[in-house]
Design a protein. Sequence first.
Length: 403
Amino acid sequence: MTEAYIYDALRTPRGKGRKDGALHEVTSVRLSALTLNALKERNNLEGHAVEDVIWGNVTQVMEQGGCLARTAVLASDLDQSIPGLAINRFCASGMEAVNLAANQVKGGAGDAYIAGGVEMMGRVAMGSDGAAIAVDPSVAMETYFVPQGISADIIATEYGFTRDQADALAVESQRRAAEAWKDGRFDKSVITVRDQNGLPILDRDEYMRPGTDMQSLGALTPSFQMMGEQMPGFDKVALLKYPHLERISHIHHAGNSSGIVDGAAAVLIGNKAFGEKYGLKPRARIRATAKIGTDPTIMLTGPVPVTEKILADNGMKISDLDLFEVNEAFASVVLRFQQAFDVDPALVNVNGGSIAMGHPLGATGAIIIGTLLDELERRDLETGLATLCIASGMGAATIIERV
């Protein structure tokens, strides 16, 4: 089977996902086009250089609807002969775009792809597309549906994580992100977003709060306690599913959960012939990909079984991996991953994560693959795993290996 290589990976800075965020006036299509243009220019791509653009975005309505991928291609400087495919695997959409592209290359269906995603959460609100699992009573009742924040608190309750542990992870994420930016670790991968006159709008992650400490987080009220304990009483739904739990411990709040932000990311994936044609040197090969379905109520435990699967499928052990990117959707997700595999926290999300810098849903999977690659190169390490939890109970993972 043909090898699939990563030739380049870049992203925009993440802007606050609200009306006063720096990227709020930038549409999903325009931010996508800017990202595609940057990848094209950096790699001197001409004509029908890639087989397809596979683009993740979660809330596929309004300006993010109508096959955003194809619209982004047409709005960019890419050749109009390049098609576009919009995909949605919730929080793993950007990763699934990369994995699909890699497996297409491995299977011989084209020499190269651009994969990634976008989410403008300040312009197109999360959940505004509706979801049958949440709004169709026949499905919601059968699956014991609860919102993701409740699921994160169920994980904390089931596996014994405390508020202090979650807050400590959040403080460390902020510290690491600030240190990474100070050291210039994102410089080669983060592009500046400019307006139509070429003036800079944003050149660094806007959401970060580097002064965060345990005291400031301790003053925050749990975000999901009211919806759990009062109407509609999602805690009661959870306890029907998990009767061995006496109560749900609500430990998550805005400070130890991922931030709502705007952002985009793109990865250039191709075979050996593609690199030779354009004079590009591969940075890593995509060694393995995996996805899995999990319990839809606790929902966010997917990184554990999908990591078990990807390792078993490829004859690997957790000790074969040098670094880990585990999306910080909520603190308990990362705590559970570290607990399950007894992984040294010093090797997980070493440059901070979505708690500090934000989680632009459709882009995050591609972002963490790029971040993982940059850090493997910086530390001169070989192999890393990126993984995310996914709504409705799924997990996705990618193993990359430097070449």
